[in-house]
Design a protein around this ligand. Structure first.
Ligand code: BTN
Length: 262
């Protein structure tokens, strides 16, 4: 049976200093990102989280819709205010790495990352991240929207070959509260660590789990499609794609891997 998220349960046993301490819980909302943006604009602190059991207008990257069944998944947005501790381009990699670590810690499955910040298990996507930036009176704030397919059993037929959930990957229900708490801890831990070493270890770890590099890819979005080889990341976090005798740095788009790993 699917249960509803409750603030008391989500916060009981939470071991963080800031992340998830200020928490807004909804049974239904349009989009947690939209709500978190408003909260950031009126000055809510770093680590503030909006979480919902269901979104009626969930937002995905590149203007897409993010649909998820009610009471099955983790749909949340976190406010980040890194000031000058971390460059902007680190943010989505940091959140992606935090989810990967939390999933590994909670249920022990291997997690791969796919540029720009999707997370995969068994080659299928179970988590997407939508990072939004805004100017506030307290400086630049980021809202990191995280959609994790946790216990969803079914996906629309057009997604069954590319999408999965943690339940489908493991064969058992996953406790959303434990995963939420683990995510808050890994986010806070990585965020603190990245503030000390300028994100070096976090980026190394993200790149180690990335399945995109060295592969033949097609990149779409924001212009003509590019067919080439994904070589790595540029100094400012773009994807370096070699095509013919040209190298293009891609900052937004979708990558399709067109050749299986050797
Ligand atoms: C993607 O397209 O891969 C990113 C999907 C991000 C979805 C999450 S669900 C919680 C948060 N609120 C939203 O409206 N979107 C993000």
């Amino acid at each position: 049976m699917r249960s509803t998220l409750h603030k008391e349960a989500l916060q009981k046993g939470l071991s963080t200093r800031a992340f998830g301490r200020k928490l807004f819980v909804f049974s239904e909302i349009d989009s947690t990102n939209v709500c978190a943006r408003t909260l950031a604009e009126v000055g809510n602190p770093e680590g503030t989280v909006v979480i919902a059991d269901y979104q009626t207008a969930g937002r995905g990257r590149l203007g897409r819709v993010w649909s998820a069944e009610p009471r099955a998944n983790l749909l949340l947005s976190v406010i980040l205010r890194p000031a000058d501790r971390l460059p902007a381009w680190h943010m989505s990699y940091l959140v992606s790495e935090a989810v990967a670590r939390a999933v590994h810690q909670t249920i022990g499955i291997p997690v791969a990352s796919k540029w720009p910040n999707d997370l995969l298990t068994d080659g299928k996507k179970f988590c997407g991240i939508l990072l939004e930036t805004m100017a506030t009176s307290e400086g630049t704030a980021y809202v990191a929207g995280v959609g994790i397919n946790v216990n969803q059993d079914h996906f629309p037929s057009e997604l069954t070959s590319s999408a999965t959930s943690l339940k489908l990957a493991t064969g058992s229900d996953v406790d959303r509260v434990s995963l939420f708490q683990s995510l808050m801890s890994s986010l806070e831990g990585l965020y603190d660590e990245a503030g000390r070493d300028a994100g070096a270890e976090m980026m190394r770890s993200w790149m180690d789990r990335c399945t995109t590099f060295g592969r033949s890819v097609q990149v779409r979005g924001g212009g003509p499609a590019i067919d080439g080889t994904a070589l790595g990341l540029s100094d400012d976090g773009g994807l370096l794609v070699q095509h013919g005798d040209r190298m293009t740095t891609v900052y937004a788009g979708d990558v399709t891997i067109s050749e299986p790993a050797a």
